[in-house]
Write a protein that binds this ligand. Structure first.
Ligand code: JCK
Length: 390
């Protein structure tokens, strides 16, 4: 039987991939479910020193991988296509600048018949190798990243990706249920796990798990997952706060009732009269998504200073640090762009911000001065056209 998935890996450190002989992936290989072939890039060089790197054109730190050995190695891999893999592999290249490698991407890769991985080293691979693979070899190319930190090469990323993909290949993981039940399949973190003994070093297993009440157990587990997700990964609960399209616009009299409600709900009560007066003497920017009000910020010129009221967000977003950073951050940015020439600094009067909001101010370029948040403006920033917002 032909393997369900063929995987070729090209690296200057083939030994780095030795763990693919072990555990789940190793078993899948001996079971004939995976056909893994590791190639040494240096076998595709022709000089005495088996050179794979050279200095970068344009200068800069470090070395770049030469294109010639890569073209030969990839050509060799493609030339070994057979009846079960007639089309050529999808080329996956780990790199710190790639698209995030996610469970969705793992599912996509697990559905392919053939994957080839190019493990870079040094600062990375000559860009033309990607174009060559696409245009001359006809391979789909995906550059992927494991996360926002810097590794020394692609090998560790390939180990992680192959492991994530292999366990989705039918037959590799025994219990199909354990694949279905999983965290990241439904976007929440996992519930805590317990096994025997019931009491261990003075610690008990939660009673509900021994109750035999399946509905109560499911309810408790769901509540645990929600609490953990809210604490550790709020972005998973409010993805729209991060990547939904936010529209920014200047408030007019028609927006006052909605604004009044939000300010009251956030403990900043004001009268409609003073709010109306504020519209005349300064600028209030609103953030909306699909028409729904999300937050607001008010600006007022005062000599060379632009006074910025602490951005206010609607109650269901206000306590979410991710939403705060995204929305309050965008509102502060608008404040900055509104500043006309003559303004030398922005000042936010917010002496006791929440830790999340303090972080938002710092990320927006403000620093603390005498209980206020101050953002100096350089001249070219102070001449921006407010009409260019959006
Ligand atoms: C593949 C070489 C090392 C080191 C220059 C300038 C940021 C570029 C990865 N999640 C991930 N982190 N790192 C990798 C990864 C790193 C790699 C290679 C994958 C090949 N390197 C390297 C420094 C730079 N940089 C700004 C990095 C590459 C994945 N997947």
């Amino acid at each position: 039987m032909a393997a369900a998935l063929r995987i070729d890996v090209v690296s200057i450190f083939p030994d780095y991939l030795a763990p693919l002989d072990l555990s789940l992936v190793g078993r899948a290989r001996t079971d004939g479910l995976l056909d893994v072939r590791v190639h040494d890039l240096r076998d595709f060089t022709h000089d005495r020193h088996r050179t794979v790197d050279d200095a970068p054109y344009g200068g800069g730190a470090g070395m770049v991988m030469k294109p010639e050995p890569w073209a030969e190695a990839l050509g060799h891999v493609v030339a070994t296509r057979d009846a079960s893999t007639p089309g050529g592999p999808r080329l996956v290249v780990p790199g710190p600048g790639g698209a995030p490698f996610t469970q969705a991407r793992a599912r996509e890769l697990a559905a392919e018949p053939w994957l080839a991985f190019a493990c870079g080293r040094y600062e990375g691979i000559d860009e033309r190798v990607y174009d060559y693979a696409r245009e001359d070899l006809g391979l789909p190319v995906s550059v992927v990243s494991l996360g926002d930190y810097v590794l020394c090469g692609g090998e560790v990323a390939v180990l992680a990706i192959v492991e994530a993909v292999a366990r989705l290949v039918p037959g590799v993981v025994g219990n199909a249920e354990s694949l279905l039940e999983e965290s990241h399949e439904d976007g929440l973190l996992e519930y805590p796990l317990y096994t025997r003994p019931r009491q261990w070093r003075g610690r008990l297993v939660p009673d509900v798990l021994l109750s035999g009440d399946h509905a109560a157990i499911a309810g408790w587990r769901h509540q645990q997952r929600m609490t953990r997700t809210a604490a550790l990964r709020p972005d998973l609960l409010h993805p729209s706060a991060v990547d939904g399209r936010v529209e920014l616009g200047v408030a007019t009299a028609g927006d006052l009732p909605e604004l009044l409600t939000v300010l009251h709900a956030r403990g900043r009560p004001t009268s409609s009269e003073s709010l109306r007066a504020g519209l005349a003497t300064g600028t209030t920017w609103l953030a909306r998504r699909a028409g729904r009000l999300l937050g607001a910020v008010r600006l007022q010129e005062d000599g060379g200073t632009l006074r910025v009221a602490a951005p206010v967000l609607v109650p269901d977003l206000a306590d979410d640090p991710v939403a705060d950073d995204s929305l309050a951050g965008q509102l502060l940015q608008v404040a900055e762009r509104t500043a006309v020439s003559g303004i030398r600094e922005l000042v936010v009067d917010d002496p006791r911000p929440s830790p999340g909001r303090a972080r938002t101010y710092r990320r927006a370029g403000y620093h603390r001065r005498d209980g206020r948040w101050v953002r100096p403006l350089v001249l070219h920033e102070a001449r921006r056209d407010p009409a260019a917002i959006g």
